[in-house]
Design a protein around this ligand. Structure first.
Ligand code: ZN
Length: 96
């Protein structure tokens, strides 16, 4: 049985989602949440745009550290209310 994800967990997972780093099951759950939640959908468009734009700059690929700090800033921004971040990835990929 597939448990629906709440907005916060989806938003925390967006970085990995855009990187293609989510396990298939979690990815499906994120996608089905995005299909039903305009707020998170907007969020993913915004983040995807930023990541794609930076990654596609001609002859100037976004340095890995910049991409990571961008994604980390996004995670921290969305998750500091209820989660301790700072040590790295949340154990989302072990979910279900
Ligand atoms: Zn949502």
């Amino acid at each position: 049985m597939i448990e629906p994800l709440c907005c916060e967990r989806v938003e925390i997972a967006l970085g990995d989602y855009l990187e293609g780093d989510l396990p298939p099951q979690l990815r499906m759950r994120v996608e089905s949440h995005l299909a039903a939640c305009p707020e998170c959908w907007r969020e993913v468009q915004k983040l995807r745009h930023t990541v794609t734009y930076l990654a596609d700059l001609p002859r100037r690929r976004m340095p890995q550290y910049l991409k990571e700090s961008l994604l980390r800033a996004h995670r921290n921004d969305r998750s500091t209310r209820s989660l301790q971040v700072g040590s790295g990835l949340l154990p989302l990929s072990q979910g279900s």
